[in-house]
Design a protein around this ligand. Structure first.
Ligand code: DLL
Length: 427
């Protein structure tokens, strides 16, 4: 199926059902932990399941991936694996994902679709500044751009001066990189004109306020692309030029659900944890993978892909400050709405007194700004939006650490001793 082509809802559901049944058959014959769990709940063949009953089937989580590290969830012969990707993960525990040639073809298809939805064509030049390597950002976008027939410039992350030079020389129309790196590039190119028209940004949380900063700096439309290595990488869902702030889920390959903490489905439009079933993957297919990512799902429509909201946060990023739940993205939305603040900020969860967590926010002003009134204004706006007080500190421009490769670190947990960021003190 090419970009833009969407089956009407009945045909889409039929396709998904057939693929779901194929997946269940594959898991049962692979004989791994997912097959065993299916048998334990009475499923002996794909024909025993349907989309309505999916919610009653067992889920799988990152813990299962770790427990069966490195390849315990592989569902094909080692011979059929053509590459491995993954993420370094928290606590130094990597997550590895084996891909077959078929999986790479699916991946290229969904990323090509995402690029086409952003207006890219075979004549496009894609400046790809996602990191190449085990991380899925670089190679995932690369496969999609090649599939689209565009010209991909495989920059990877870092070496910003060289990136700026090539953007000037090769005149790309599409920029692909994390939102924080888009800011970094935009700041490095300030005052110059560029050929870019659109950016596909993801791999880390970002808000509409960050979008406005990127669009202002680079003069582009900045669209959100979402994905995770366990499911495939970038391309699980993506905004298109006409998707009105929502992300089109590639639901012909990744069937979405949204559940509460107990795993029960939440109504459409209600925030919950995203759960994906990889309908077509073969190397490491996952039935009902609990992503830990929190978003809302829009109702199904007759005419378009199922849509989801931008990510609101992660279940493990949610801070509980004096009984109030706070996602770092909510802090970002408030802080970056103030035109005096630069897009470099840090949310600090201070748990040095375990029973009384404090929220601290470090910001940098854009130019010469009087710090005391800015801190007071931001504290007031945060209290109003979040319902909790927080300590805002205004640091000198350039003092909050930047990330020019990999994912930005926006949240720091402070549990004892000195403030955990080198070069910064908080007294
Ligand atoms: O980050 C895949 C990716 C690469 C997506 C490039 C988009 C662009 P992982 O390294 O496995 O894969 O990290 C996946 O990153 O569970 C989310 O928590 C977060 N994430 C990914 N995309 C977004 C996004 C890639 N658009 C984890 N907004 C996911 C917010 C995102 N968070």
């Amino acid at each position: 199926m090419t970009a833009g082509e969407v089956l009407e809802v009945g045909a889409r559901r039929e396709l998904q059902l057939g693929r779901l049944r194929g997946l269940v058959d594959r898991l049962l014959s692979a004989g791994g932990v997912q097959g065993q769990r299916l048998r334990d709940c009475g499923v002996g063949a794909g024909a025993d399941v349907d989309l309505e009953g999916l919610r009653r089937l067992p889920t799988i989580s990152k813990r299962d991936l770790w427990d069966h590290y490195p390849y315990g969830l592989r569902a094909v012969d080692a011979d059929d694996v053509v590459c491995v990707h993954g993420s370094s993960g928290t606590g130094g525990r990597p997550t590895l994902v084996p891909y077959t040639a078929h999986d790479l073809a699916v991946w290229a298809e969904v990323v090509a679709r995402a690029l086409a939805g952003a207006g890219a064509t075979s004549r496009s030049v894609v400046h790809n500044a996602y990191g190449y390597g085990l991380f899925t950002g670089g190679l995932g976008i690369h496969h999609g751009a090649v599939r689209l027939g565009a010209t991909v410039v495989p920059m990877s992350g870092g070496m910003t001066e060289r990136q700026v030079r090539l953007i000037q020389d090769l005149r790309p129309d599409v920029l692909t990189c994390t939102p924080s790196y888009a800011i970094h590039l935009g700041e490095a190119m300030r005052g110059t004109s560029n050929s870019l028209r659109v950016g596909l940004h993801g791999a880390e949380p970002w808000t509409d306020e960050m979008r406005a900063q990127i669009e202002g700096l680079l003069g582009i439309r900045a669209l959100d692309i979402y994905g995770l290595s366990e499911v495939i990488g970038p391309g699980v869902a993506c905004e298109s030029l006409d998707s009105e702030g929502l992300l089109n889920v590639a639901e012909d390959h990744f069937y979405p659900e949204c559940v509460d903490a107990e795993g029960e489905p939440v109504p459409d439009g209600t925030p919950g944890e995203l759960v994906f079933t990889t309908l077509t993957k073969t190397g490491m297919p996952l039935l009902r993978y609990r992503t830990g990512d929190v978003a809302t799902l829009a109702p199904e429509t007759d005419t378009g892909w199922r849509r989801m909201s931008k990510l609101l946060g992660r279940t493990d990023d949610m801070l509980v400050i004096r009984g109030v739940n706070v996602f770092p993205t909510e802090v970002e939305a408030v802080v970056l709405a103030d035109a005096r603040v630069s897009p470099h900020y840090l949310v600090v969860e201070d748990r040095r007194v375990a029973a009384r967590a404090e929220l601290r926010v470090a910001v940098e002003p854009k130019a010469d700004v009087d710090p005391a009134p800015l801190a007071a204004a931001l504290s007031g706006a945060l209290r109003e939006r979040l319902g909790v007080g927080c300590d805002v500190r205004v640091f000198a421009p350039g003092s909050i650490p930047r990330t020019d490769t990999g994912k930005a670190k926006r949240l720091v947990r402070w549990s004892d001793g000195e403030f955990p960021l080198p070069g910064l003190t908080w007294d």
